[in-house]
Design a protein around this ligand. Structure first.
Ligand SMILES: CSCCC(=O)C(=O)COP(=O)(O)O
Ligand code: MG
Length: 231
């Protein structure tokens, strides 16, 4: 089957886990109380704060919601409300140039080359779509947003759920078998494969010092760098 599109994860795939865990998450954790106090009445923010409060019994005030959200950051919960709020907070960090987003040089080079060759590229990450755009808009390799034809987050469904990949293929307008999904997480690749997509496990030694071989790859093609991929 001819490959007509690439769908890529971000954290652990195009970019290092340590950047997300050691830079982005602590920034959001620190900024949350002030962000909620300053912008908690804006409908786009209130919607997510209320969703968190409802999920926690509905009796939470904003201080308690902040504590819940900070706990979720510590646990690395991939919760849609947390991800939406983190995206809004990171906007300030990128705008004031507190940081730029890490991208592996091999990933940036391959994404540019594939785009240049006319292969459409899409993102599917637990990070919200606005956070994804910020991420690639302020990468260590400059603004890469124009390389991508579309963006998907967990509003389309969880990354370990095969139906999410079916919905993404439908949104892109291709058969799942015409799309290859790249990720560092085997359970996400399993779901994409169940939906009929091609898959590749990106096994970054910087993030996963114990290379995954044999059963640990669950039968997915395994590479350590985008430069090994030839779609
Ligand atoms: C692009 S936003 C920062 C990353 C993030 O919050 C996240 O949860 C990334 O998860 P991924 O699905 O890209 O592994
Ligand atoms: Mg990942």
């Amino acid at each position: 089957m001819t490959i007509r599109a690439i769908l890529t994860d971000i954290e652990g795939t195009t970019s290092s886990i340590s950047f997300v865990k050691d830079v982005l998450f602590p920034y959001a954790r620190r900024a949350l109380p002030r962000f909620v106090a300053a912008r908690g009445k804006e409908p786009a923010v209130r919607k997510w704060l209320d969703a968190v409060a409802t999920e926690n019994g509905g009796m939470c005030d904003d201080r308690m919601v902040v504590e819940v959200l900070q706990g979720w950051i510590d646990e690395d919960r991939k919760h849609t409300a947390l991800k939406a709020l983190q995206g809004m907070i990171w906007a300030d960090g990128y705008r004031s140039a507190d940081f730029s987003a890490h991208i592996y040089p091999d990933a940036a080079a391959a994404l540019r080359a594939w785009h240049g060759a006319g292969l459409p590229l899409y993102v599917y990450s637990s990070g919200s779509v606005p956070a994804q755009r910020l991420f690639f808009g302020h990468s260590d390799d400059g603004d890469l947003t124009s390389l991508f034809s579309g963006w998907f987050d967990t509003e389309i469904g969880g990354k370990r759920d095969a139906d999410s990949y079916r919905r993404i293929a439908e949104a892109i307008g291709l058969a799942p078998s015409e799309i290859v999904f790249l990720s560092d997480v085997v359970e996400e690749l399993d779901a994409a494969r169940t939906a009929g997509m091609g898959t590749a496990l990106i096994d970054r030694l910087q993030d996963y010092p114990q290379p995954r071989h044999g059963n640990a790859t669950s039968g997915h093609a395994r590479v350590e760098s985008f430069s090994e991929l030839t779609p």
